[in-house]
Design a protein around this ligand. Sequence first.
Ligand SMILES: NC(=O)c1ccc[n+]([C@@H]2O[C@H](COP(=O)([O-])OP(=O)(O)OC[C@H]3O[C@@H](n4cnc5c(N)ncnc54)[C@H](OP(=O)(O)O)[C@@H]3O)[C@@H](O)[C@H]2O)c1
Length: 218
Amino acid sequence: MQKPFVFVNVAASLDGKISDEGRRQLRISCDEDLRIVDELRAESDAIMVGIGTVLADDPRLTVKSRELRKRRLEEGKDENPLRVVIDSRCRVPIDSKVLNDETKTLVAVSKAADEERVKRVSQRADVVVFGEKKVDLRRLLEYLFSKGVRKVMVEGGGTLISSLISGGLVDEMRVYFAPMVIGGAESPTICDGKSEIVKCRIEKIERVREGFAVFVKF
Ligand SMILES: NC(=O)c1ccc[n+]([C@@H]2O[C@H](COP(=O)([O-])OP(=O)(O)OC[C@H]3O[C@@H](n4cnc5c(N)ncnc54)[C@H](OP(=O)(O)O)[C@@H]3O)[C@@H](O)[C@H]2O)c1
């Protein structure tokens, strides 16, 4: 299988939570981590998120630094990486920021998606169909590779990350741990979904202001 390099980046509390029980967007990253995340985005060909994250956070998924966008243009790339939304039923709201005209977006749906919704979303993004009920992530990655995408940065959430890890599709993961605990048995974690033990190797640990980042390889 030929697939892009898949890199997961996520910000968590010390107890491994990436949000609270209300699944609201929380400020977990510090300014320095956000700066690093912007650099990592700028180095990627595509930024991938699950529909749960789009519905909860309404992220833009663009490169914030003007300098970094300029550098991408100088390198002959688009100003921003391609945005990829994993959305079996094509639930992405038409007015969500991820469908704005700042850059291109690909919405990956499954055969379970409603035709009318697909038609509407197709006016703002490219829509591809992979899988029967859920999006077939392996086939999607193969497709992205065939379109020239060589590095995908996955920005959550825990359900998507879990599927990618259990499918053996993640090469590297960076977790920023903030000096806080969030708690809550129902709070989303770095890796939700079905319980499955997958071993990995810790490559390095970096201090990031008051927190730290762990880099792991699978
Ligand atoms: N701290 C951080 O760095 C960070 C980053 C991102 C998100 N978050 C938080 O994470 C939470 C959202 O995470 P989430 O776990 O609910 O949602 P998610 O991982 O963003 O999206 C999961 C959804 O993607 C769809 N999907 C389609 N095919 C899939 C497949 N093969 N594998 C997995 N998912 C597939 C499913 O919905 P359908 O079946 O309807 O398609 C699934 O429920 C929010 O609270 C957000 O604030 C935190």
